[in-house]
Design a protein around this ligand. Sequence first.
Ligand code: PEP
Ligand code: MG
Length: 551
Amino acid sequence: MSELRGVGIGLGVAQGPIARMAEPLPAPKDEASTRTLDEETTRVKDAVAAVARELEQRGAQAGGAARDVLEAQAMMAEDPSLEAEVASRLQAGKTGEFAVYDAFASFRDTLSAMGGYLGERAADLDDVAQRVIAHLRGVPAPGVPEPGHPFVLVAKDLAPADTALLDLDMVLALVTSEGGPTSHTAILAREKSIVAVVGVTEAAALADGQTVIVDAAKGVVTTDPSDDELAQAQNRADERKSAASAPITPGALSDGTAIPLLANLGKPEGAAQAVELGAEGVGLFRTEFLFLSSSQAPTVAQQREAYTKLLQAFPGQKVVVRALDAGADKPLAFLNDAHEENPALGLRGLRALRASEDILREQLTALAEADAATDADLWVMAPMVSTVEETEYFVSIAREYGVKTAGVMVEVPSSALLADHVLKIADFASIGTNDLTQYTLAADRLLGSVSSFQDPWHPAVLRLIHETGKAGQANGKPVGICGEAAADPLLAVVLVGLGATSLSMAPTALADVRATLLNHSLDDARRIAEAALTATDAASARAAAQQAAGI
Ligand code: PEP
Ligand code: MG
C-alpha cells in the first residue's frame, strides 16, 4: 500500500481500477508548409471554427456551469489576438499545425505566469490547441478512455469539454497530476459531485488496471489497498449515500440546537440547486465572481439585476452578500491595476474597495435597490477586514445606504484576535477559513508545494476561530463560517463547538454536514472542539476530534 497526496475536491471516497487518459498528441514539427498561405489560412480558420462550434454544442448539451466554461473556451479558440499570432506564423511559412501549436503555447505561458485563477485557465487553452491540431490532422481529439467497465480516471488535467460530458455511471473518481483547487476540473467535479483528487504530482506512476482508493476528504490516493481498507472505504461511501438520501431538514444538532446551513454561491444561477439541496439561505455570495473577466467596473444596473435575481430565490431567508473581494487569487482589472510583489498581502479586499470608494458606493446602491425590490433578508459584509477602524468604516458606509445588517469577514488573524472589539461594531462576523488558514500558517492557498500547511484543522486556526466565537457570544452577535472548513462534517461539529452559529458551504456538501450535526449535541460539540484545540498540529487535532467523537 502507498499513499499519493493531492488536493481533495469534496468529501467523497471511491475505489476501483484505473484507466488513464490518452497522452496528448505529439507536438507538430517546426517545418515549412508545402501548401500556399491561402490554403493554410483557410484550413486553420475552418478547424478553429469547427472546434469552437463543437465546444458550444458540448456546452449546450451539458448545461449548468459547464456551459459557461465551454462557451468561454469557444471564445478563446476564436480570440482575435490568438488569430493574429497564428497568422504571423503562417505568413512565416509554417504549417497550420505548427502555427496553432506555437501560438497557443506562447499564450499559455503568459497565462501560467499570471498564476492563480488565470494560471489555471492554461489547461483550457491547451485543450483548445489539441482539438484544433487534431482537427487539422483529421484524427480524433484525445479524450476519455472507454474500458467497458467503471473506472477511476487518471489524467494530467482534464479539459472542461471532457469533464462536462463524463459518463457518471462509468467514472468512479478523478485523479489529476496537475490543477489546483480552482482549476475547472475541480470546479466541475464539485458541481457534479464527482470524487476527485487534483494536483497529485506522482499520478504518472499510476498504471492502467491498478486498484486504488480515492479519498477526496483526505486528499489521498491509496494504491494496492488491503481488504480492510477497501471495506472501510466502502462503508464511508455507503454512509455518504444514505446521508444524501436522508430527508432534508433544517440544520440542527441532536439536542435540537439550530445551526442554519447556508450556501456559498458565485452566481445567481446556482440558487436553484442550493434550494433543492436544502440551503436555508446564502452565507456567502462572492460578488467578484460575476466580474472576473470584466475590464471595467460593472454598472449599478448590471449589479442590481444580478442581486435581484439572487434575492428573489430566497424569499424571507437570510442572504449574505460580500462586497467585491478583489486581489491575489481573484484579481479584478478595474480594482487591482498596480503590480504588487505579494498581492495576497497587498491592496485587496476592503483595502482595494476603499481605494476606489466610488465602486463600493455603486455596489451598495445596487444592493439597496435589489433589497427594496425583494423579500429576502439581506446582510452585507466586507472582505479581508484587518482592523477595528476598517470595521467602523464599512459599517458606517453600509448604513448610509440603509443596510440593516452589516458585518465583516474574519480572514486575517488580527481581526480574530480583536474580535471582541470588532463585534461591538459589526452586526455579525463570518469567518473565511480559507484565507484565515493562509494567513495564520503563512502558506499561499494556491501553491501546491505548501499545501500541507493549508489545513484548517491546525490548532492555531482553531484558536482564532474560538476567539471569534467567544466574542460573538459575549456580544450577542452571530458568527458564521463560510470557508471550505464548514464543508468538512467533523470539522463542522468542531466549529460549532468553538462558537459558530451558522455554517455556509458549497451546496453539494450540505447533506453530509446535516447528517453529521444530527449525531452530536452542543455539549458533545464543545467537548470535541476542546480535544482538537489542545492538539499541537492539524493531524493530531483531527485525530483527537475523531476520538472524542467516537469515530
Ligand atoms: C475564505 O477566505 O475562506 C472565503 C470564504 O473567501 P474566499 O474563499 O472567497 O477568499
Ligand atoms: Mg477569503
